[in-house]
Ligand binder design. Structure first.
Ligand code: KG4
Ligand code: ZN
Length: 361
């Protein structure tokens, strides 16, 4: 089986070819799937350089950049895998959620290729792809039932999966996503876009206990991150002896490099603790789970990885390889791979709707 997968939900234009790896060790008791996806090529063109100058993504510019990159990127994915269109059995594409213009470029490309090449088309939810980035490692893959913590720029959710393709959202953020919070705190500290990696780097020289920050008081498994962002803002204003009316973009110039590192480390440590505490509560409610699966851009965070390994010593914890934490098409192919093997029917390429905001399914 060979799948051409396409991803354009935000500011990465990506295409990959996923094949089939016979691997009896990955026998899944739930679905009896005895093989796992193999990456034959993986091409990602990031627009980070463009948006670093603006400090964030401009949707219209992202869509235009996808338009320029999508065909060369798709060609390169085929070339790198030494394949032609005739070798491709299926096409997969991200249809939701994401930026409207960005999703349009990927889905229109995939729909057109599916029609012209007479290939079945699979439309994949972006968060599902992030979860399935954990099936891209050959050694050891998650087993069901599992709990997934999906932490990206737009989402913070705890998802229970009894088996492939079944999702139950048991916790979600009531306001900001954790990745969004990293990005906003980075702006307060004057660190470059994207904020997550900048905070992580800056925090390396910092003391995570220097500025104690509050944990939100929310019952159940839901999250809230807007209060943490405001707490950092107030703590920075206070450390600089400035009034709370001081705009956030004026603060960074008043901070020393050491203060920035201490704020970055304190924030990162608190954000990680909030995530892991809620995930632990979910685990108490679902002691039957076999795997804990991290997914999404924030799962690249090294401090989170270290804390999680210490926190869940009795559980099997999975993180995607760092290069598959962020947006890529290999994970789209992996998610489609299990849809195909599970007998999910393809979508009609003439009818496919893009859904910028829709829950995982
Ligand atoms: O999954 P992703 O690439 O795109 C979305 O689907 O949103 O996630 C992007 C988010 C951004 O907020 C970015 O700052 C964050 O992931 N991120 C990180 C790290 N790398 C990326 N956050 C914390 N630590 C990192 N190392
Ligand atoms: Zn993503």
């Amino acid at each position: 089986m060979k799948i051409l997968a396409i991803e354009t939900s935000c500011d990465e234009t990506a295409a990959a070819i996923i094949g089939d790896l016979d691997n009896t060790q990955s026998l899944n008791p739930t679905t009896n799937i005895t093989s796992s996806p193999q990456i034959l090529s993986n091409v990602v063109v990031s627009q980070i350089d463009i948006f670093a100058a603006y400090g964030g993504v401009i949707p219209e510019v992202a869509a235009r950049s996808h338009l320029e990159a999508i065909l060369p990127v798709t060609h390169k994915a085929l070339d790198d895998a030494h394949l032609t269109k005739d070798d491709i059995d299926y096409i997969a594409v991200t249809y939701a959620p994401g930026l409207l213009g960005s999703l349009l470029i990927g889905t229109l490309t995939a729909r057109t290729l599916a029609i012209l090449w007479h290939k079945p088309l699979y439309a994949v939810h972006h968060l599902k792809s992030h979860i399935y980035s954990n099936w891209l490692q050959e050694q050891c893959i998650p087993t069901f039932p599992l709990l997934s913590l999906v932490i990206s720029g737009g989402h913070t959710q705890i998802i229970y999966m009894p088996e492939h393709n079944h999702f139950e959202i048991i916790g979600t953020t009531r306001d900001d996503a954790v990745g969004e919070c990293f990005d906003k705190v980075a702006k307060i500290l004057g660190l470059p876009y994207p904020g997550g990696p900048s905070i992580a780097k800056c925090a390396e020289q910092g003391d995570p206990t220097k500025y104690p920050l509050p944990h939100p008081k929310i019952d159940g498994l839901d999250f809230s991150f807007s209060g943490l962002k405001t707490a950092v803002l107030r703590a920075v204003q206070s450390a600089c002896n400035l009034p709370i009316t001081t705009p956030s973009h004026e603060l960074a110039s008043h901070l020393t490099d050491q203060q920035k590192s201490d704020f970055a480390a304190s924030f990162q440590s608190t954000a990680c603790d909030i995530l892991l505490e809620k995930l632990n509560s979910a685990l108490q409610l679902h002691p039957e789970v076999n795997s804990i699966v991290f997914a999404g851009g924030v799962s690249a965070n090294q401090a989170l990885r270290l804390k999680a390994q210490k926190y869940f010593t009795n559980s099997k914890v999975f993180f995607p390889e760092p290069k598959f934490s962020g947006d890529n098409a290999a994970m789209v192919g992996a998610a489609a791979y299990y849809e195909i093997l599970s007998g999910v029917t393809p979508v009609d390429p003439y009818q496919l709707n893009i859904l910028p905001r829709t829950p995982i399914k």
